[in-house]
Design a protein around this ligand. Structure first.
Ligand code: HEC
Ligand code: HEC
Ligand code: HEC
Ligand code: HEC
Ligand code: HEC
Ligand code: HEC
Ligand code: HEC
Length: 394
């Protein structure tokens, strides 16, 4: 679910119009590069936990395992506010389909779900192949409420199979997705690599793997990039490629390499001038506003995140805060009491509504919440947390 602004520019209703854009994007995107498995022989533990992460699972071929949505009768229909217009999701043999039905006009259209985007932490969108290009399907799925929904940014009650998936979407959600151009046409090659893999952050690892295999006594890692050795700005850029919101590109997609300056590839984020960057997709913009980040030139995303494994326990992050802050120094320690550590993240990095994702329904729109990376003081949140504290102890 890309930010609203970006979505508008990622998709266009007319593939013809987009062809020019695709062609000018130039044929890049790698392809055929080795996935995480090629690192397994020597980095077994990292690979084993990495395969469980949202990064690795952010895109996949459609299968009963990768699709989170329900196909059983009674749970496989999305009704809309327009009379007679609905969507039906079906499984036949080992394939999955979305059908849009306009019963008043006696019309319907069916497309197969070919690829899945989103690991399913919150939700998934689905795409289908047509003429060598990829198009978004009109129905997405929200995991929390276990419901099919209108895809983000889609108008309820309209049937739209025409939104093209452009390379930047794939740059953020896959390891490589080569685009071929010839004779004025453009199409995606089939040697793409789904999921985000090691090379996305470490660069091409083939020379490294070859060298280490033939020099087993060399215990230093050569011919590979380690972001830990980048300057702080370049280290943050390595995540900002995908976590700094909607940005217009200045260079062909998939051309950024770890260690490069991201501003050479993208214009500043569209919401940089906004009062607050959106909590969806722009963790970089928010963190950069926090006093922690501004006061500590060594702070980066890796201060708290180990991207090689899933981190699902919010309270486990508190020890990261305590590397720099002391509970005994907290101005409200006495009042907060036992919840000082358990509610630390809740008070200072509260969940906030995304303004960027619009999900229409037949009734009222759905809202999604994300963890704000603007670490700071939120008096009203603290009050609510303390309130629930007193209620509990009564
Ligand atoms: C034949 C064994 C071997 C293979 C295959 C291998 N590595 Fe390594 N790698 C090593 C050794 C040995 C080191 C140095 C010790 C360490 O840091 O673990 C290393 C270090 C690293 C480092 C840290 C480098 C630094 O400067 O600190 C990274 C990053 C890395 N490898 C990534 C990868 C990736 C990604 C792959 C798969 C494309 C891979 N490795 C495949 C053996 C291997
Ligand atoms: C190539 C794009 C890309 C890069 C580079 C990238 N991310 Fe992500 N990240 C994503 C996408 C896409 C998701 C959402 C995955 C999903 O759930 O489908 C995500 C999700 C995450 C999550 C949530 C994971 C979870 O399990 O809840 C964290 C944390 C995160 N990224 C941190 C980082 C950090 C730190 C870096 C830099 C070291 C980084 N990312 C680099 C694209 C990227
Ligand atoms: C989303 C970005 C990202 C992805 C994907 C990623 N890494 Fe890393 N990796 C990093 C960062 C950032 C560091 C430096 C962490 C730090 O600052 O300590 C790192 C460090 C390492 C190191 C150095 C030793 C260590 O444990 O810190 C190795 C080895 C490594 N990565 C291997 C891998 C392998 C193998 C894969 C794929 C299975 C992989 N990485 C995928 C971002 C990534
Ligand atoms: C600039 C990078 C970027 C682009 C472009 C982008 N996304 Fe994302 N997307 C992300 C990140 C980062 C996340 C997760 C973190 C967040 O939500 O803040 C995410 C989350 C998602 C999720 C939800 C995963 C979950 O369960 O939370 C879906 C589905 C998704 N994107 C689909 C798409 C599709 C389809 C496109 C293109 C049409 C697209 N995105 C374009 C970066 C991007
Ligand atoms: C790398 C060190 C570091 C880490 C990690 C860190 N902080 Fe900070 N934080 C700081 C510094 C330095 C300041 C600024 C103190 C000052 O200027 O007096 C600060 C300021 C703050 C402030 C005051 C903000 C304001 O706007 O006045 C809060 C609240 C805070 N941190 C909470 C947290 C929480 C919660 C975490 C963990 C999620 C955390 N910090 C992680 C270093 C850190
Ligand atoms: C001071 C600690 C800290 C730093 C630094 C930090 N994060 Fe986080 N991040 C967290 C915490 C805590 C969560 C919430 C985890 C949860 O709810 O499971 C989180 C969650 C996330 C998520 C999932 C958000 C959601 O609501 O789904 C993404 C994506 C993410 N971080 C990316 C980043 C990126 C990119 C950076 C660097 C710009 C970064 N983080 C820096 C502490 C941090
Ligand atoms: C119940 C909510 C709550 C919890 C839990 C909480 N804080 Fe705070 N914190 C606040 C409030 C409110 C303030 C502002 C207090 C003031 O200015 O009087 C504050 C202030 C701070 C400051 C600024 C201190 C200063 O001297 O200006 C830091 C740093 C901080 N908290 C860090 C943390 C860390 C780290 C944790 C978890 C280990 C934590 N807080 C837990 C609500 C909370």
């Amino acid at each position: 679910m890309s930010p609203k602004l970006s979505r508008a520019s990622y998709f266009m209703a007319m593939p013809g119009l987009l062809l020019g854009l695709l062609v000018s994007a130039a044929a890049s995107g790698g392809g055929g590069t080795p996935p995480a498995r090629s690192c397994e022989a020597c980095h077994r533990e990292i690979v084993a936990t990495f395969l469980e992460t949202a990064h690795f699972r952010t895109s996949a071929e459609a299968s009963a395992r990768s699709i989170k949505g329900h196909f059983a009768a009674g749970r496989n229909v999305l009704r809309t506010g327009s009379k007679g217009i609905y969507f039906r999701m079906e499984r036949r043999d080992n394939a999955f389909y979305q059908t849009a039905v306009d019963s008043a006009r006696g019309w319907s259209r069916t497309e197969r779900i070919d690829l899945v985007f989103g690991s399913g932490r919150r939700g998934q969108s689905y795409v289908y192949w047509r003429g060598g290009l990829l198009f978004e399907l009109p129905v997405s799925y929200l995991v929390g409420i276990e419901r099919w929904i209108n895809s983000p940014g889609y108008v309820d009650g309209q049937i739209d199979f025409g939104r093209l998936i452009v390379p930047h979407c794939l740059e953020c959600h896959s390891t490589s997705f080569p685009l071929r151009t010839a004779g004025g046409g453009a199409w995606y090659a089939r040697n793409y690599v789904l999921g985000l893999s090691c090379e996305k952050c470490h660069g091409d690892g083939r020379a490294h793997a070859r060298y280490q295999a033939s020099h087993p006594s060399d215990t230093s890692g050569r011919y590979i990039l380690n972001p830990a050795r980048f300057s702080r700005d370049r280290r943050v850029d390595n995540c900002a490629l995908c976590h700094s919101g909607a940005r217009d590109s200045k260079a062909p997609p998939f051309s950024y390499r770890p260690g490069d300056k991201l501003d050479d590839y993208f214009a500043p984020p569209a919401d940089q001038t906004a009062a607050i960057p959106d909590v969806h997709g722009n963790q970089v913009g928010l963190l950069q506003r926090s006093r922690c980040f501004r006061s500590r030139p060594d702070m980066s995303c890796s201060t708290c995140h180990d991207v090689h494994r899933p981190q699902r326990d919010v309270t486990a992050f508190v020890e990261k805060c305590l590397a720099c802050h002391e509970t005994s120094q907290h101005p409200r320690a006495a009042e907060i009491g036992g919840r000082l550590t358990t509610a630390c993240i809740e008070c200072h990095m509260p969940n906030r509504k995304s303004q960027a994702i619009e999900i229409q329904t037949a009734t009222k729109p759905f809202v999604l919440y994300y963890r704000s990376h603007a670490i700071g003081i939120y008096p009203e949140v603290a009050r609510a947390v303390l309130q629930s504290n007193t209620e509990r102890s009564r």
